[in-house]
Design a protein around this ligand. Structure first.
Ligand code: SF4
Length: 430
């Protein structure tokens, strides 16, 4: 039983019809936004991410990405040395030198991100001006942009949000003559992008563009005729930037599982006036495969309780998926930030009385988790080992970012991610 006293309806921040939210502002256990580089550098194939940071940042990236030293990865860290920190060296001059060397050695780079870190922010290094200066020097061959991946007030998926938001001002203006277009925002594996593209084509929804693009030369156009769908729930700044360019968000739940994917596709199909029978025909086989694939895990997971610590910002849509498609019981759904508009459709599908928490006070949350004794805990790497030592079964939330989980064809894999730790536990038990 969850020992936390539930808030009374009249105490709920949004009123009686809103789910209760426990807001916490204590110590947090999250990765920083640099982590997003691990999947973003694979997605944009001619981009390079130059972190301006410390050896700690370099170690984080090296271990998170598992890069072999003789590989030519498309990210690196320009280390801020003691001389820079002490103000003895001109950091801007050093940065210009490093960037020049890099671009001379790697002519295939067409888009360079300068990625800020805690150290660059602490010494107030103005990387946005540096990016402007370097862009002026290297355009039209190389575009240089800046975003922050620092761990000061961020959670790890905010790195992708900051990166995509930095791209938006550079998107070409959509021509008014071409009419309405769909933009899918959020980095998706190429295979998932191709599946969605085929479905939208079959529905007659389009033209469809994706942000980020696979190559920097393929930046999608945006304008007042752009309707956009979020593929990831953590793109607050990107969404704001797209709306400033005139785009309109299509309200939808996130495309996880059969129900989420169907509702996400239908939201776009409705805007394009797709006939319901055509929608059913186009999506039928995908829906059936997803239901069957998820069904294989439903029996194993039905009735199992789950506790989400706040980490990836995927927690609310995933809670919707595990509850409505796998019949799991939600003990607590923690999320670093709760964007009520973007999450409205997923929030509406959560069971009444579920405890939502926003932010973190990690010790208190650990106490609640231990008291609830859930069958599975979804959390960051830093909490997984102590919880496993307490006898709990954990799933690293970062795995949900590294694994293709969107859409019909990945619905079974997504369900399996929750079943696997329980299977492992069962095998270890003697
Ligand atoms: S950006 Fe900050 S939190 Fe992230 S690795 Fe570097 S020093 Fe650590």
């Amino acid at each position: 039983m969850n020992v936390l006293a539930r808030l009374k309806p009249e105490q709920r921040p949004g009123g009686c019809d809103q789910p209760e939210v426990l807001r916490e502002r204590g110590q947090r256990e999250v990765f920083c936004g640099l982590t997003g580089i691990v999947w973003l550098h694979r997605k944009i194939q001619d981009a390079f991410f130059l972190i301006v940071g410390s050896r700690t940042c370099a170690h984080l990236m090296q271990s998170a990405a598992g890069v072999m030293i003789f590989a030519e990865p498309r990210f690196a860290t320009a280390i801020i040395e003691d001389r820079d920190l002490a103000g003895l060296a001109d950091v801007n001059e050093e940065l210009d030198r490093v960037v020049t060397q890099l671009l001379e050695r790697r002519p295939e780079i067409k888009l360079l991100f300068l990625v800020g870190s805690c150290p660059s922010e602490v010494i107030k290094l103005d990387l946005s001006r540096a990016a402007e200066r370097l862009s002026g020097q290297f355009m039209p061959d190389v575009r240089v942009l800046y975003y922050s991946g620092s761990g000061i007030e961020t959670t790890f998926t905010q790195g992708e949000d900051a990166c995509l938001a930095a791209l938006v001002p550079d998107l070409p203006e959509a021509s008014n003559d071409t009419g309405r277009s769909l933009l899918v925002a959020g980095a998706l594996p190429d295979i998932v992008e191709d599946q969605f593209r085929r479905l939208f084509d079959a529905l007659g929804v389009g033209p469809v563009h994706f942000l980020p693009p696979r190559r920097s030369g393929g930046l999608p156009p945006v304008g007042s005729d752009t309707q956009y769908l979020l593929a990831q729930p953590f793109l607050t700044d990107t969404a704001r930037a797209l709306e400033e360019r005139g785009a309109t968000r299509i309200a939808a739940p996130f495309p996880f599982g059969e129900k989420g994917t169907t509702a996400w596709l239908r939201a776009a199909a409705d805007i394009w006036g797709v006939d319901p029978s055509r929608f059913d025909d186009v999506t039928r086989s995908g829906r059936e495969r997803a239901i069957q694939a998820v069904g294989r895990y439903r029996e194993r997971l039905s009735g199992k309780s789950i506790f989400f610590f706040p980490d990836s910002q995927l927690e609310v849509p995933l809670a919707r998926f595990v509850n409505s498609e796998l019949a799991m019981t939600l003990e607590e759904v923690g999320t670093p930030y709760l964007h009520r508009d973007h999450l409205a459709d997923d929030l509406a599908e959560l069971p009444e009385g579920v405890l939502l928490s926003e932010g973190q006070d990690v010790d208190k949350q650990l106490d609640r988790c231990r008291a609830a004794a859930p069958d599975i805990v979804v959390c960051g790497l830093g909490l997984a080992n102590p919880l496993e030592a307490d006898g709990m079964t954990t799933k690293w939330s970062i795995e949900l970012m590294f694994t293709p989980i969107h859409g019909y064809e990945q619905a079974g894999d997504l369900a399996e991610l929750f079943a696997r730790p329980l299977n492992r536990k069962g095998r270890l038990r003697v």
